[in-house]
Design a protein around this ligand. Structure first.
Ligand code: MN
Length: 247
């Protein structure tokens, strides 16, 4: 029987080789199952190969179909598109833009090829499946998932990161580096920003239609690690009174 598998990938930030390798390893892991990719945003800036990352993603979407290869918008794509439109260029320039300009061989955001700018501008902010909500930065706790503000989904850290409540769907996100280069798995959310651009592995979480939390993690070196069950993390939380954390 073939399963529907979703591969969620965290912040890429110009790490082209890691992204290309990770996608290849995920496709091998998927085999004959139905595979879908969900990238969580922040493709550009900081790392050195932003142009190649964007080209790879555009080509993969064209090959797989946009529904099978979903790319969400990160705050770095949002800042870049704004800068290209003359809005708040200073903010983008202060957030790792110089490597992106060098990657494209241009001096200003507005000189980046129009096809790439249009692609970044049109990226969706979030998608949901039956069990999970995929978004770049996170959500505002207590607000229905359908009513989250764009600014929140692109930028939020607290109070989301400390929130212990269930959010309706399990939240899969990036944006805030986990530290130590491994995903942070909690009972109510998963953070996949492993800071790949700074030398750590790029990671994908594998989900199916049965279990809320991830089945496994795949990294760009080809390693596959089984994920602990999130209901075990929930029990541990009540037992210890503190945050359960997977390392
Ligand atoms: Mn971000």
């Amino acid at each position: 029987m073939t399963a529907n598998l979703t591969y969620a990938i965290g912040d890429v930030h110009g790490s082209y080789t890691k992204l290309a390798n990770l996608i290849r390893h995920c496709r091998n892991h998927c085999g004959e199952n139905n595979g879908r990719f969900v990238l969580l945003g922040d493709y550009v800036d900081r790392g050195r190969r932003s142009r190649e990352v964007v080209s790879l993603l555009i080509e993969a979407q064209a090959a797989d179909g946009p529904g099978q290869f979903v790319c969400l918008k990160g705050n770095h794509e949002d800042m870049l598109v704004n800068a290209a439109n003359g809005i708040d260029e200073v903010t983008w320039l202060g957030n790792g833009a110089e490597t992106t300009l060098a990657s494209y061989g241009v001096g200003r955001a507005s000189e980046i090829p129009a096809a790439h700018l249009a692609w970044m501008a049109e990226l969706p902010l979030a998608i949901a499946d039956a069990k999970r909500f995929y978004v770049h930065a996170g959500i505002m706790p207590g607000v229905p998932l359908q009513q989250q503000r764009n600014e929140v989904m692109l930028w939020i850290r607290e109070p989301f990161l400390s929130d212990q409540n269930q959010h309706g769907l399990y939240v899969v996100h990036g944006h805030t580096p986990t530290g130590g280069g491994v995903p942070d798995l909690f009972h109510n959310r998963l953070n996949l920003d492993t800071m790949a651009w700074a030398g750590y592995p790029l990671a994908a979480a594998v989900f199916d239609d049965e279990r809320v939390g991830p089945l496994a993690f795949v990294t760009d070196d080809g390693a596959v690690v089984t994920a602990p069950a999130i209901n075990a993390l929930e029990r541990e939380r009540y037992a210890s009174g503190s945050r359960a954390r997977y390392r």
